[in-house]
Design a protein. Structure first.
Length: 227
């Protein structure tokens, strides 16, 4: 059948392949063609992706935005079916991309600071309501730690460190802005089933901000994360 232009041919094929029988026939033909030219098609696709990285990225992004709900639904279903595989893959990825992950997380927190604050405001109370036992256990654990640390006099500790924060080398004050930090974190001892030492040997004065940043890291891990 002769066609006057490409548009006419395109329209005809569109109608032709909308018929279920023809659609199946085309699927079968495409499958056979792909099987015969598998290697060539793969090489072509790889080259195309390498030469059109930005275009591909933008197209994928636009597609994702148009099909966000559908994509999220499928991803959620897959994660539920493949929990162990997902855990294993995530762990492997984190181990192989430690520095990249840290940089990404740092940048993400900066970019989405307001969104995160709003999210925690909205879902924080719901989480606390649904996980009361977990939160009570953690709170009691922290209280016991603080009770044990009470015998340490903050002023004596500050004098031992010459009123200098060991994590940022800035001056400290004997007020609420200075926290008493466990040099080797409490959680590390808890993980191996041992009691954390709460004496002067395992405590250091630190700015509240430095203490929060250090969280459950050892001093060496903290300095590495700040690089």
């Amino acid at each position: 059948m002769p066609f006057k232009n490409k548009g006419q041919k395109k329209e005809y094929l569109k109608i032709y392949y909308s018929i279920p029988e023809n659609k199946e026939h085309k699927k079968q033909k495409d499958k056979e063609y792909y099987q015969k030219h598998k290697k060539e098609r793969r090489e072509y696709s790889q080259k195309y992706r390498e030469n059109h990285k930005e275009e591909k990225k933008e197209k994928d992004r636009q597609y994702y935005l148009l099909h966000k709900e559908e994509h999220n639904k499928k991803a959620k279903e897959w994660r539920l079916k493949n929990k162990e595989k997902k855990k294993k893959d995530d762990k492997e990825y984190r181990e192989n991309h430690k520095e990249e992950s840290k940089i990404y997380q740092k940048e993400y927190r900066k970019e989405h600071k307001k969104e995160n604050q709003e999210y925690h405001k909205k879902y924080g109370p719901i989480y606390r309501k649904n996980h009361k036992d977990k939160i009570n256990e953690h709170t009691n654990f922290r209280r016991r730690s603080l009770e044990l640390i009470d015998h340490i006099v903050k002023k004596d500790l500050l004098e031992m460190f010459d009123y200098i924060c060991p994590y940022c080398n800035e001056e400290l004050k004997n007020d609420k802005t200075t926290h008493i930090d466990h040099i080797l974190p409490v959680n590390r001892y808890k993980a191996i089933g041992k009691k954390c030492p709460h004496g002067y040997n395992n405590c250091a004065p630190a700015h509240a901000s430095c203490n929060h940043k250090k969280h459950d890291k050892t001093p060496l891990e903290y300095f590495w994360s700040m690089k």
